[in-house]
Design a protein around this ligand. Sequence first.
Ligand code: AVI
Length: 320
Amino acid sequence: RNACADAAGGQRPAHGAPATLAEITAGLLAPSAAVSPKFFYDSLGSRLFEAICELPEYYPTRTEAAIFARHGSDIARAVGTGCTLIDLGAGNCAKAAALFPLLQPAQYVPVDISRDFLADAVRGLQQRFPEIGMLALGLDFSQGCELPDSVRHARRLFFYPGSSIGNFGPDEAQRFLRGLRDSAGEQGGLLIGVDLVKDTALLDAAYDDALGVTAAFNLNLLNHLNHLVGADFDVRHWLHRAFFNEQASRIEMHLEARHALSVRWQGGERHFGAGERIHTEYSYKYTRAGFVALLERAGFEAARIWTDPDGWFAVIHARA
Ligand code: AVI
């Protein structure tokens, strides 16, 4: 069963699909255990991420919003009106909705792995903007996905804000962007938010905030795994670890066992030594030139870039 079939309206099972079980099992049994960051986003995880976006330390959301507020008209001129706006990882749809008056999309297609969360958001939005056709897709687009025929082909604009592209490794990011370019077609494009390299202390604080909201977000992944694969993780036995790896230009997030312990799940078991880690997320930080080069390798044409005065974040438009 692929993710697109899910979008056609299948019911989410109480436990994960076989492919999900296989993916999580492989990650937990790998010599260096790892779980994909897509599993952060159950309904509590989506809400915790919304809370992260309000934290004083987490600058990306408000910095990106300030760029859109300051340069919105210029961005709209570059992008044009009447597009098919495909919002990847739409969440509560607020970022795209703020652009509706400027971009006047003909169709709005929010896509998010957290289907229930998305459905609530789109119901309210459709009432506010009855003139825009809306089609909500609950699917995992991280591995690429053909969009259903009901998504207009004309002038597809992929909207990928929030620097979620940073959660892919560089090769994966290039493959992912290449897929978007191919799907966007003639006159299509990409409007993307990209977090830029900056002082390490600022980056560390953004991913290890004083209130511990990011710690809760990271630890909640273990609760989600308990639900998805019947695991018996106890979040009290794990620590949140987050730091900037300068050499690799990425934030790394891990969960670290406080003491030796064993975890069991459907068909699997693993022992973790004290201090052993499960890797949960990378968040790559780019230079402007580095990201433009990545776009070009993915087949996009020359890009326009808008940044904040400190140069912390970039909004980039590239033509397919
Ligand atoms: C969704 N993504 C862009 C966030 C980021 O900054 O990498 C996820 C996140 N992880 C911890 N805090 C926020």
